[in-house]
Write a protein that binds this ligand. Structure first.
Ligand SMILES: *Cc1c(COP(=O)(O)O)cnc(C)c1O
Length: 377
């Protein structure tokens, strides 16, 4: 099955009970048993729900893994994955990881004895020197947010295997349409499905896919024990969103290429971060592992003041956190999504006050470019 077909026919696309072509929303908590323990595969909806299961099967197919799991948010998915580890374990993560991922590692999971180190994972030596006897996993985000750094998944997974570590990849930015980390040796793939998978700014959800039976059993145990599951209504919204992921990503790619081209020629734009640019330091690695570069672009306008001027004039880019929806969004990471990262760390990473991040949507690209042009002037 080709990718666009799989988005529509993957998983359990039709309800086996009724033939309904849109998988039904099983709005139910419990299931009648014919005798004690005699059920049809479902006992209680925290443990399993048919609509959630249809979504979990779909994301499993899309990522080419062994099993999928749906959670109430991307952070709930990540936390559940970290619950595979024990007190005293250590995890290495990408340094400009999503702000919420940094926060859960350094303010919540640290209290439970799960230790973390943040390194530039695009540098294999930096990962190597961070590995300790108690290291259990390497968590990558590629491309990263907001600097669009790229990590070579295959090389990291190789290094991880040599040391008996799990490779976890947050695939939110690329989506399974453009990048499949399991193909390159990753063990676990995470998604904030709130973004491109949902695609319409109307649902908060998280997904995880694991590549082995053992990890599937362990993660299902955590999911059922800690209970951060996705409800049936939101599971259905995601299934619906995913059907159009292919055409949305293709169109986003075209719009983004045109916008990057425009930004490159603009005198008020100091620096552009986009992995599709040949001048991007990891462009070659990106080309190896992604089929598309995505709709996220960051650029530096020099100062907080310039960023504020741009924001006050822009019409079609909505000032908001989040990304990956039909509407174009704009944000200033230093004061929004990455505000929870201490200022010294932001400076180290290069998340400057003048850095503006856009998530390119599906409006007519001529309108988007005109809008950026008048706001930059
Ligand atoms: C948004 C996001 C998350 C967190 O997901 P939520 O659904 O907001 O909990 C994690 N990783 C990345 C890369 C994100 O963009």
């Amino acid at each position: 099955m080709k990718r666009k077909t799989k988005l529509i026919h993957g998983g359990i696309s039709t309800d086996p009970a009724t033939g309904a072509v849109s998988f039904p929303i099983y709005q139910v908590s419990t299931y009648k048993q014919e005798g004690v323990g005699g059920h049809k595969g479902y006992e209680y909806s925290r443990t399993g729900n048919p609509t959630r299961f249809a979504l979990e099967e779909l994301i499993k197919d899309l990522e080419g893994g062994h099993a999928g799991f749906a959670f109430g948010s991307g952070m709930a998915a990540m936390t559940a994955v970290m619950m595979l580890f024990n007190s005293g374990d250590h995890v290495i993560l990408t340094d400009d990881v999503y702000g919420g991922s940094f926060r859960v590692m350094t303010k919540v999971l640290n209290r439970l004895g799960i230790d973390s180190t943040f390194v530039d994972t695009s540098n294999l030596d930096a990962i190597g020197s961070a590995i300790k006897p108690n290291t259990k996993a390497i968590h990558l985000e590629t491309p990263t947010n907001p600097l669009l750094k790229i990590t070579d998944i295959e090389e990291v997974a190789k290094l991880a295997k040599e040391h008996g570590l799990l490779t976890i990849v947050d695939n939110t930015f690329s989506t399974p349409y453009w990048q499949n980390p399991i193909e390159f040796g990753a063990d676990i793939v995470l998604h904030s499905a709130t973004k491109y998978l949902g695609g319409h700014s109307d649902v908060v959800a998280g997904l995880a896919v694991v590549n082995s039976k053992q990890l599937a059993e362990e993660l299902h145990f955590v999911q059922n024990s800690t209970g951060g599951v996705l409800g049936p209504q939101d599971s259905w919204l995601l299934i619906r969103g995913i059907k159009t992921l292919g055409i949305r990503m293709e169109e986003t790619e075209k719009n983004t290429a045109a916008i990057v081209d425009f930004l490159q020629g603009h005198s008020k734009v100091m620096k552009i971060f986009y992995p599709g640019l040949e001048t991007h330091p990891n462009h070659i690695v990106a080309k190896k592992q992604v089929r598309g570069f995505g709709g996220m672009v960051s650029f530096d306008v020099g100062s907080a003041e310039n960023a504020d001027k741009l924001l006050s004039k822009i019409h079609y880019f909505t000032l908001a956190e989040s990304l990956g929806a039909v509407e174009s969004l704009i944000s200033v990471p230093a004061r929004m999504t990455h505000a929870s990262i201490p200022i010294e760390r932001r400076a180290e990473l290069g998340i400057t006050e003048g850095l503006v991040r856009i998530s390119v949507g599906l409006e007519d690209v001529d309108d988007l470019i005109d809008d950026l042009n008048q706001a930059l002037e």
